[in-house]
Design a protein around this ligand. Sequence first.
Ligand code: E4P
Length: 218
Amino acid sequence: MAFFIDSSDPKEIKDLFGWGVLSGVTTNPLIIAKEAPDADLGERIKEILAVSHGDVSVELTTETEHEMLEEAAIYHAWDPSRITIKVPMSEHGLRVVHQLTKKGVKTNVTCLMAMNQAYLAALAGATYVSIFSGRVRDMGYDVRPVIESTRLILDREGLDAKIIVGSMRHLMDVNEALECGAHVPTITPPILRKLVWHPRTIETINEFNTAWRNRGKK
Ligand code: E4P
């Protein structure tokens, strides 16, 4: 079991890795376009690599097999042991995963909404399969059976792919992903911070510290 951080902000990533609970980073083109529209992708990812450890997912934005493989080669060279090529699910995507797997390159097949997609990605050799919790719910479906059935089939068939659950909108989505068998919830910084917090914890700490400060006073 592991948590990844779903962010491209090196400052946040550095700070949150300090908690000792994170073991990787996921990014996507939307996150980077929002957080750093003017950034050079290579520079941004190298900054992230410097302040984190574990796998760092970088997503392909080209759409033909040839272009995707060329793009993947550029990203992979930034750190062959840690860069994980995030491949959007499609027929081209499966071919690319198959090619990259043969070369020993780690992959994360992304934008998955259904178990059948995750199963195909795992068969093609994906290191990770990323199920999008919030986006499944946006369509009016329950994501729990998607995660549970994916975990069931990966375990039953002895496939090595690990299930990432992303697109978290609420802290309860994280708890639910863990309960349903996700190997790796990937969490945005605001939701990760919410996981720490509980009102009764704050009250209890205040009660203890107030008692300590007032000890001996009548
Ligand atoms: C996961 O790897 C994705 O980066 C991410 O969680 C997508 O989330 P969204 O639905 O908020 O865009």
